[in-house]
Design a protein around this ligand. Structure first.
Ligand code: FMN
Length: 177
């Protein structure tokens, strides 16, 4: 099982959570960590390179801070340009078939706020439906997400624990379907 973590954070130098996660993941030689904003500072994505990376891995985790209940813009662009007709779907587009896709997100909102009736109205699982739907569309298996909430209030100890939990998640998560 080869795992690719695609990290999308527009400003990792000012990040606490995603930066800590990246530094920790980079110590694991069997994980490929690919930072989109670092690879493409002018936001011009090398589509062939990305497709090759995907072909070489079985499990793909999209790691990002939640931005307006969605992904940072470069990851949205990545979906648009990399998951092409004839490559990811449509005639001959079977390259993502059978691969596993998951999301790992950090949120400002608390766990309680991501509940029906909470400040953010919807659960994390509901907010991540677009990733789940695109996974289904390209015949990949969608994995349960990893999320870390209320990030402005987490202690250093909680951040350290999140790293342990995140690495365990990447290694052991299985599809519920
Ligand atoms: C443009 C923008 C939009 C954001 N939208 C949300 C949001 O919809 N929900 C939420 O819980 N947090 C939101 N946040 C907070 C980020 O998710 C939070 O700052 C991030 O997860 C912290 O991770 P970091 O330390 O790696 O930057 C937003 C932040 C920015 C800058």
């Amino acid at each position: 099982m080869k795992t690719l973590v695609i990290v999308s954070h527009p400003n990792l130098t000012s990040s606490r959570i995603n930066q800590a996660w990246v530094e920790a993941l980079q110590k694991h030689d069997d994980l490929t960590i690919h930072q989109l904003y670092k690879a493409y500072p002018d936001e011009t994505i090398d589509i062939a390179r990305e497709q090759k990376l995907l072909e070489a891995h079985d499990r793909i985790i999209f790691q990002y801070p939640l931005y307006w209940y969605s992904t940072p813009p470069l990851l949205k662009k990545w979906f648009d340009v990399v998951l092409q007709y004839g490559w990811a779907y449509g005639p001959g587009g079977d390259n993502m078939q059978g691969k596993e896709i998951g999301a790992a997100i950090s949120t400002y909102g608390s766990t309680a706020s991501y509940q029906p009736g909470g400040a953010n109205r919807f659960t994390i699982e509901e907010i991540l439906r677009p990733i789940e739907a695109l996974s289904h569309f390209i015949s990949a298996t969608y994995l349960p997400p990893f999320s870390f909430s209320d990030v402005s209030n987490v202690t250093d100890e909680q951040l350290e624990q999140s790293i342990i939990d995140y690495v365990n998640h990447i290694r052991s998560v299985t599809s519920v379907a």
